[in-house]
Design a protein around this ligand. Structure first.
Ligand SMILES: [Fe+2]
Length: 292
């Protein structure tokens, strides 16, 4: 089978609590798969986690008899905990993220005053991808596109004809991701998005989140490069970098911190693992007071 003849198969999963889209990306039934941005359910009031959502992904992979080769994170998410370790334990595969995750680890090691054993070299992940690196998912060719701005470590994953954009662009009627987290930068995001929009117009583009702007609209996960160029309210063709930066900065100044940023970051910079248990056997997450 020639690679060009293979159309990327994409199954989406919506976590309604955090409005996050996760994906199973595969070449064919019985073939190979990558899992993108799997969510671990977390109840902040009780501090309890559950794998309910991730189990749907596991069930789908088993039903289609797929071999998971990669478990990919577009970035260290600030709004949900990653279920990557659960997916790996259930299905195998290697956990991958962009190599600039080390910058994010450095920032948050300080914020959370993490234990001295916490390494900021990305070694918690199975593989760190660099910009332009190529890999495969079964018969699908894949390429990594460094897309910082929302955080310093965002990667977009181009797998066959499907592009997983993480928190860069949202659906055309929603616009773009915020750029005010530590290490974020609106001008950098603008330049990253120009790289994504330079791909062929028919490239299918899959979101990491959707926040439907009106009551009537269902959550959506898929658009195309062409539609974004024509219709994205923040970044359609013709919007200059200066215009975008002014709009994004003004808007970011009005946004509250994501509800789960404090637990999410602590877990996600460890590739989805919890911090080490304390001497009573219990795992704790920290809350820095007046620091974020
Ligand atoms: Fe994010």
């Amino acid at each position: 089978m020639s690679i060009s003849a293979v159309r990327t198969q994409v199954q989406s999963f919506l976590d309604r609590d955090t409005e996050t889209w996760s994906y199973v990306v595969y070449d064919r039934e019985g073939g190979a798969a990558a899992v993108v941005d799997a969510v671990l359910n977390y109840d902040a009031a009780s501090g309890r986690t559950s794998t309910e959502g991730a189990e749907e992904i596991v069930a789908f992979v088993r039903e289609k008899k797929l071999t998971v080769e990669w478990i990919l994170e577009t970035h260290a998410h600030a709004d949900h905990l990653s279920a990557a370790p659960f997916i790996r334990e259930q299905l195998g595969g290697k956990i991958g993220i962009g190599n600039q995750i080390c910058q994010v680890q450095k920032i948050f090691r300080e914020v959370f005053n993490l234990e001295k054993e916490f390494l900021v070299d990305g070694s918690q992940f199975d593989h760190l991808f660099g910009d332009g690196e190529t890999f495969s998912v079964g018969d699908l060719e894949a390429r990594v596109i460094y897309a910082p701005g929302h955080t310093p470590a965002d990667m977009a994953w181009l797998i066959g004809d499907a592009l997983f954009v993480g928190d860069t662009l949202f659906m055309p009627d929603v616009g773009s991701a915020r750029c005010d987290f530590p290490g974020g930068d609106a001008a950098t995001l603008y330049r990253s998005v120009q790289k994504l929009l330079a791909l062929p117009e028919e490239t299918r583009m899959f979101m990491c989140h959707d926040y439907p702007p009106s009551d009537g609209r269902e959550h959506q996960c898929e658009t195309t490069v062409g539609d974004q160029k024509r219709e994205n309210i923040h970044l359609h063709d013709g919007i200059s970098e200066a215009e975008f930066v002014a709009m994004r900065s003004e808007r970011d100044a009005t946004l509250a911190m994501p509800r789960l940023i404090i637990p999410s970051i602590q877990v996600n910079i460890r590739a989805g693992e919890m911090p080490p248990a304390e001497d009573n056997g219990t795992v704790y997450l920290k809350v820095p007071i007046n620091a974020l």
